[in-house]
Design a protein around this ligand. Structure first.
Ligand SMILES: Cc1cc2nc3c(=O)[nH]c(=O)nc-3n(C[C@H](O)[C@H](O)[C@H](O)COP(=O)(O)OP(=O)(O)OC[C@H]3O[C@@H](n4cnc5c(N)ncnc54)[C@H](O)[C@@H]3O)c2cc1C
Length: 407
């Protein structure tokens, strides 16, 4: 049986996140877009308790069961709350204190003891952030080309290299008791297999945030450039096993993305829905009808555009829910996560551009948030694998090609 209804407590929780989006995020949305790099501490403190329940399940890739044996569906529910909060503001959503991508990497690659140790802090004390640093000046889409090195020295690893575009990097590295998960090679000759994740604790000597980017969109979220200069971390900060196996290592990066791509897709859907809702209200106000059930030949251009926007959004949402649900079930979702991410990234870009277009000069003006949503949308087509890279992963999986055969 296929059932698209959620249980009452899930519906109530989703409504609660919608109220947060409406009452706490929308009122400060423009302010923190314009005051990039300023910190919304009142909002962060208020969200600190709630944000602990966000993010992928601690054991991503394994079915998470409740006491009665029913799957807990934490990844799916995270997509629901993410959509609501990004309907409020995607930049503020990304800035919320939580384990973030760093937490997802610990969940995907860490041992049970490491998960307990590094993630425990997010249930207590002051607001904290986790971040993940893969991208480098010479390596983005081809994440296997990481040049940052980790060299063993006694009971420590010594990390050297430069990471760029690290979301929440500054908050995780310097401004809270958080951590950055850094991907570095322990053996250049081993290629992908030599790339391992390391937890670098906040304020570790040798880790320096040298720049925070000025951006087109999601301006409330900090995006940092971090230099590692002889940065020493204890040996047990390497997540998982230090052994370099020909088939191992890099699969943890991929496992992290399988968990985070549905969430990024849900972010895109939230922004797209914000624009769609705005256009719907505007058309209602202007008494411009959108007639359903009418022959396509009789539709106006506005009706056709609006229905097309709705269709893209709904298709993206169904793909996203499926990818997250598969993860909750312990199923391999690599194909579905990339499908959802690629579709949602494209959908939100189209929807928000169309919304600006349909609203005319009002849409282009800073009086309303639609132009901001258009700027916030584009990142969903870039981080966590660009549109092109996700489509390539889909093609590889469908055609059964390896990454060497299709790149
Ligand atoms: C706001 C923001 C936040 C980010 N947060 C993080 C973070 O927290 N952690 C982190 O590690 N990184 C982060 N990134 C980096 C992001 O993941 C990379 O920008 C992304 O992976 C693309 O890499 P690149 O910028 O080097 O582009 P490139 O890899 O140089 O790609 C440039 C263009 O070429 C295309 N392209 C590349 N290879 C192929 C191919 N084989 N086939 C077809 N087309 C191709 C790409 O799709 C893209 O359009 C962030 C980036 C931004 C902008």
């Amino acid at each position: 049986m296929i059932d698209f209804e959620f249980e009452p407590q899930v519906v109530n929780q989703t409504r609660m996140y919608h109220s947060v989006a409406e009452q706490m995020m929308r009122p400060i949305s423009r302010e923190y877009d314009e005051r990039e790099h300023e910190h919304p501490w009142d909002f962060w403190r208020a969200m600190w308790a709630a944000s602990r329940n966000l993010g992928p399940a601690a054991d991503s890739g394994k079915a998470d069961k409740s006491a009665d044996g029913a799957p807990k569906l934490r990844n799916l529910y995270t997509c629901l709350s993410t959509e609501e909060l990004c309907w409020g503001d995607a930049g503020l959503f990304l800035s919320i204190p939580n384990p973030g991508l760093g937490g997802a990497a610990v969940a995907a690659a860490g041992t049970p003891a490491q998960k307990a140790r590094f993630l425990k802090r997010f249930a207590e004390g002051e607001p904290k952030w986790g971040a993940m640093a893969i991208t480098e000046p010479g390596c983005g889409s081809d994440s296997a080309a990481v040049t940052t090195t980790a060299t063993r020295d006694g009971d420590h690893w010594v990390i050297n290299g430069t990471k760029i575009f690290c979301t929440a990097g500054q908050m995780a590295a310097e401004k809270s008791e958080g951590f950055v998960v850094v991907w570095a090679t322990v053996d250049r000759s081993a290629g992908r297999a030599g790339i391992k994740p390391f937890v670098v604790e906040h304020n570790t000597p040798g880790m320096t945030v040298v720049r925070v980017e000025n951006k087109l969109g999601i301006r409330a979220s900090d995006t940092a450039m971090i230099v590692f200069d002889n940065c020493r971390v204890p040996a047990d900060h390497l997540l998982g096993s230090a052994e370099v196996k020909p088939t191992g290592g890099f699969k943890d990066v991929m496992a992290t993305f399988d968990a985070t791509r549905p969430i990024v897709a849900a972010m895109a859907i939230g922004v797209g829905r914000a624009a769609l809702d705005f256009v719907r209200d505007y058309l209602t106000e202007q008494k411009i009808p959108v007639r359903y059930g009418v022959s396509p030949r009789r539709l106006t251009a506005v009706e056709r555009d609006f229905m097309e926007m709705e269709t893209h959004l709904k298709a993206a949402r169904l793909l996203t829910w499926r990818a997250a649900w598969m993860l909750d079930m312990g199923m391999r979702n690599n194909l579905e996560a990339s499908m959802a991410k690629a579709k949602a990234g494209r959908a939100v870009t189209l929807i928000t551009q169309k919304a600006v277009e349909m609203l005319g000069p009002v849409g282009y003006s800073r009086k309303i948030l639609v132009e901001k949503w258009m700027r916030d949308a584009k990142i969903n087509d870039i981080f966590e694998g660009t549109q092109q890279i996700n489509l390539m992963i889909v093609a590889r999986r469908i055609l059964d090609y390896s990454s060497k055969e299709l790149n």
